[in-house]
Ligand binder design. Structure first.
Ligand code: SF4
Length: 218
């Protein structure tokens, strides 16, 4: 089943509706700086270091690669056939949103302990929003025992946000509905502003600024 939104598109949509639209319909316009690429790499290194503490885990990305729409079905099969499954990049889909969880550990009663790994040294508001959409999707597919964020404060710091995230379900559902509405229409004419830099430097700035330059020339 094909998906419309992902966790990263949801976060993009919270920052700017135009950025969400471009992410879905014109992703080739995105331009990332070397510094942004370096931070992605550092984030991946931290994530791999945490994952190495689960040597018996099965990594769905190693098996399925970029076929992300195949992840949810494979995840169900792996969780059903092994009651003590530990999975990397387990896929879940609900409400047209596909999320991949960094580490999922199935407990004896079938509920899940989920670990989302973030390389930042603080538990930021964006990390919480990112975890909230994951919790929303996964909780409609399986029972969640704990949902944890692991961040980098001189090593692995784990914080259990399960109750906090569950309380955000209505907000997440409303945001998803609003984003689907944006995607059902043409490109929004959102003007550039401070939101282009926070919480992340938007990769479409050159594109939007080009439009602004042409308007001022005209
Ligand atoms: S540059 Fe600014 S206005 Fe344009 S898509 Fe990005 S955040 Fe939105």
């Amino acid at each position: 089943m094909s998906h419309l939104l992902s966790k990263s598109k949801y976060i993009r949509g919270l920052q700017c509706e135009r950025a969400l639209w471009l992410d879905v319909y014109q992703p080739r316009l995105a331009r990332y700086t070397r510094e942004q690429m370096r931070r992605f790499d550092a984030g991946r290194d931290f994530e791999y270091a945490f994952k190495s503490t689960f040597p018996a885990a099965l990594d769905l990305s190693a098996e399925l690669g970029r076929k992300v729409d195949a992840y949810p079905e494979r995840t169900v099969a792996l969780l059903d056939e092994n009651p003590a499954a530990v999975l990397f990049e387990a896929g879940f889909q609900y409400d047209d949103v596909l999320v991949l969880a960094d580490v999922v550990c199935q407990r004896e009663d079938g509920s899940l302990d989920i670990y989302e790994v973030k390389s930042g040294s603080q538990l930021s508001d964006t990390y919480r929003k990112d975890a909230a959409v994951q919790h929303y999707v996964i909780s409609h597919c399986r029972r969640i025992h704990t949902f944890n964020i692991v961040y980098n404060e001189s090593g692995f710091q784990t914080v259990d946000l399960t109750e906090d995230l569950a309380a955000q379900a209505d907000t997440v559902a409303a945001n998803i509905a609003a984003m689907k509405d944006i995607l059902a229409h043409g490109e929004p004419a959102t003007p550039t502003g401070q939101h282009c830099l926070e919480p992340y430097a938007c990769p479409y700035q050159h594109y939007c600024q080009q439009g602004v330059r042409q308007m001022s020339l005209f």
